[in-house]
Write a protein that binds this ligand. Structure first.
Ligand SMILES: [Zn+2]
Ligand SMILES: [Zn+2]
Ligand SMILES: [Zn+2]
Ligand SMILES: [Zn+2]
Length: 240
């Protein structure tokens, strides 16, 4: 928990495929069967033949904030940069920071992508690989890997491939299978739940504020961000 004292309850989540609500651990088991049921239902009920192929079922969580988690289905031929875009869009993007995957000791950086920020003259002294690589080439079932967004106020994620399976897919689209419900975070000054977080005080663990306490907060309104359902809550300029 990176030393932060936060009053949080274990978060449940909702399955996007069937609408069922489950605890974090149960969701992994649930999805393993739910994706297969839905995939089979889709194949038999649809008139046009949907394209099926190999997908990875991946669970993603805040590396130090495991109460934030999503499950995704990613086609094996999708690329790391597609997962990067998806994570940014769903959870992280504030101002186009750089990002990095670490898989099996190898780093794959958003800046070494073809046509990246620095073009071909950029000397990459980190020896990072490009994210322009298919998941099939880097992932196998049960592998754990990591992702960092923004090397200043970094948000770190831990990912794990739960399984690979045959299912329906739309091109290389990544599908959100399930997501945690917003954890309840209490105001640091009163018994209400927090709606704002101070980007200055969050590092001391007491930046969480309800609407009323936010009005009286010492750092001023311009330091406050809304409490959002993301491991990037309270970081940089992230508003959800
Ligand atoms: Zn389900
Ligand atoms: Zn930012
Ligand atoms: Zn309060
Ligand atoms: Zn503050």
């Amino acid at each position: 928990m990176s030393g932060q004292k936060k009053e949080r309850l274990e978060s449940n989540g909702v399955c996007n495929l069937c609408g069922g609500a489950f605890g974090k651990k149960v969701m992994t088991k649930h999805l393993t069967s739910c994706v297969k049921e839905k995939a089979n239902a889709g194949i038999s009920s649809s008139k046009q033949k949907p394209k099926s192929g190999k997908l990875f079922h991946i669970v993603v969580e805040g590396r130090y904030q495991p109460e934030y988690w999503i499950h995704i289905a990613a086609p094996a031929r999708a690329k790391l940069k597609d997962v990067d875009s998806f994570l940014r869009y769903t959870w992280l993007e504030c101002c186009g920071h750089l990002s990095l995957f670490t898989i099996d000791g190898v780093t794959y950086s958003s800046e070494s992508s073809a046509g990246g920020f620095f073009g071909q003259d950029f000397e990459n002294d980190m020896d990072d690989e490009s994210m322009d690589i298919a998941l099939n080439n880097v992932l196998v079932p049960k592998i754990k890997f990591y992702y960092e967004y923004d090397f200043g106020t970094t948000t770190e994620l831990a990912l794990k491939v739960i399984s690979e399976y045959e299912g329906i897919m739309k091109g290389k689209d990544i599908q959100l299978l399930a997501r945690n419900e917003p954890p309840i975070i209490m105001c640091n000054s009163c018994p209400k739940s927090a709606t704002q977080v101070c980007t200055n005080c969050i590092y001391d663990g007491d930046g969480w504020l309800c609407d009323e306490c936010a009005l009286e907060h010492k750092c001023g309104e311009e330091m406050l961000l809304p409490v959002v359902n993301s491991p990037r809550v309270g970081m940089c300029a992230y508003c959800g």
